[in-house]
Design a protein around this ligand. Structure first.
Ligand code: ATP
Length: 262
């Protein structure tokens, strides 16, 4: 495992070079592990699990993965920003991930707020959890958790029960180099987000939007909150849609977007 951490570090560039990399055989959730440790971390940490047994999504949902067939990892990063400035971070991370995957030859689109889609199915999930810093309201930690399906077996796809995607072509690549390419993109995005906020990513997000112009619903616990034509995101990461009452901006809380089938 140490050997993998060492190899990944060797492929790191720029701000990713300050990240301490750890690889473990198995854990429940890399996000939970790092969140429990943020109080004692001295530098950003990337924790990669070969097998994650209790992967988490938003609002207590689960993320499924299988050893060798998925990438599951979390990056803990300290931002010189107050907690409330973190709302656009999941979207900025989506942009970084999408652009890194595009460089690896995988075309993806983004579904607000935090899904990465490939050929219409969900390829990757992003879960960001934040923690304050004792005695410093102007800083916080974000634990950026990511799961990517490399090779889904039909059984797991059926278990997930919604359109999913995978990228078996990436299993032919050097896994450590792949991990480093993703880390390089994430670390760069973290630095830019700290300096300029989500504003620096909004146009890039809109260029990757999966449903631009399409009829969509915004659901809150299964109930339709808004319905209209998807526009994209504004400079703070709110989702814009044109409804019968005019243009509406939706904050990412625990709301979900669904496309209306024609
Ligand atoms: P939204 O309501 O925004 O669509 P979500 O339902 O996608 O959110 P997330 O927290 O982003 O919720 O992700 C968790 C969900 O992802 C699970 O409830 C499940 O439907 C789906 N899921 C779980 N594992 C995988 C996987 N390996 N690949 C694709 N999708 C998965």
């Amino acid at each position: 495992m140490k050997n993998h951490a060492h190899r990944i570090a060797g492929f790191c560039l720029g701000p990713a070079q300050q990240v301490h990399i750890q690889v473990v055989e198995e854990t429940g959730s890399t996000n939970a592990d790092l969140l429990a440790r943020v109080g004692s971390l001295q530098s950003p940490v990337l924790l990669i699990a070969e097998r994650q047994t209790a992967g988490r999504g938003r609002a207590g949902r689960t993320w499924l993965s299988a050893p060798g067939a998925s990438l599951t990892f979390s990056l803990a990063w300290k931002f010189a920003l107050p907690l409330q400035s973190m709302v656009g971070l999941p979207l900025a991370v989506g942009v970084a991930l999408a652009e890194a995957l595009a460089e690896l030859g995988v075309g993806v689109r983004l579904k607000w707020p935090n899904d990465v889609l490939h050929e219409g199915g969900k390829l990757a999930g992003i879960l960001i959890e934040t923690a304050g810093v004792d005695g410093d309201t102007q800083s916080c930690w974000a634990v950026i958790g990511i799961g990517i399906n490399l090779m889904l077996d039909p059984e797991m796809a059926a278990q997930i029960g919604r359109p999913v995607a995978h990228v078996p072509q990436l299993t032919e690549r050097d896994r450590d180099e792949l991990m480093a390419a993703l880390l390089n993109a994430l670390a760069q995005a973290a630095v830019l987000f700290e300096r300029q906020g989500f504003g620096a990513f909004a146009e890039r997000w809109n260029g990757l939007h999966a449903y631009a112009g399409q009829p969509v619903f915004i659901l809150d616990q299964g109930k339709v909150l808004h319905e209209g034509a998807a526009i994209g995101v504004d400079g703070s990461g709110r989702f814009l849609l044109d409804t019968s009452a005019g243009r509406t901006a939706v904050m990412a809380g625990d709301v979900s977007l669904r496309v209306r089938e024609a």
